[in-house]
Design a protein around this ligand. Structure first.
Ligand SMILES: Nc1ncnc2c1ncn2[C@@H]1O[C@H](COP(=O)(O)OP(=O)(O)OP(=O)(O)O)[C@@H](O)[C@H]1O
Ligand SMILES: [Mg+2]
Length: 171
């Protein structure tokens, strides 16, 4: 990957991201400071490659960003055995009755909700980690905030950070 040392935000966040028991975290830092690699590392280190079911959900505001995060996850995930990524985004057709085996599901709120609750492609009780990228946009954008909270499985806004990580750019 060409990484020699962690960025400042990674050095600060990684010990918390790897902590046992897991902790909730909100990270806010300048653009380009390496937040994606930080939460991707956390996702890769928390999921169990030997278990074939979704364990981690990651939400992003756009299709492009979801694919971009997945690309980083797939690149870094090459160093982890058997960890796979799937995309809950428009156009990614999954046949009814499919049982998802990928441990990490990255997507946009609408499709993720559809997969989680309408189509029940994954069991929310088995999700151990929830990542909200571009959290400021997600919480500010009408529709996204309630969808994100719903996808997280909570009815109240406060619950969104339960077993969750939120990453946003600093203005
Ligand atoms: N430890 C590191 N060493 C060198 N390069 C790194 C390191 N961590 C991340 N990068 C690179 O820095 C670039 C920006 O990272 P990233 O997209 O994660 O930033 P970000 O904090 O999410 O920014 P934004 O707020 O704009 O979303 C990427 O090209 C990434 O590969
Ligand atoms: Mg980012």
């Amino acid at each position: 990957m060409g990484f020699n040392r962690p960025s400042k935000i990674q050095a600060n966040a990684l010990p918390i991201l790897m902590a046992h028991p897991p902790q909730n975290l909100i990270v806010q830092s300048q653009s380009g400071t390496g937040k994606t690699a930080a939460f991707v590392l956390a996702m890769l280190s928390r999921v169990k490659g030997a278990e074939r079911y979704p364990q981690c959900l990651c939400l992003a505001p756009t299709y492009e960003l979801a694919l971009q995060i997945g690309h980083v996850a797939e690149k870094m995930g090459r160093f982890c055995n058997d960890i796979r990524v799937t995309y809950a985004v428009q156009g990614n057709r999954v046949s009814p009755g499919t049982v998802l085996e990928e441990q990490i599901v990255i997507g946009t709120p609408g499709t993720m909700l559809d997969w989680c609750f309408k189509r029940r492609l994954l069991n929310m009780r088995r999700i151990c980690m929830f990542v909200l990228d571009e959290a400021d946009i997600m919480i500010d954008t009408q529709g996204f905030s309630s969808q994100s909270i719903h996808a997280k499985g909570g009815e109240e806004e406060g619950k969104i950070f339960h077993r969750g990580l939120a990453f946003s750019q600093m203005c």
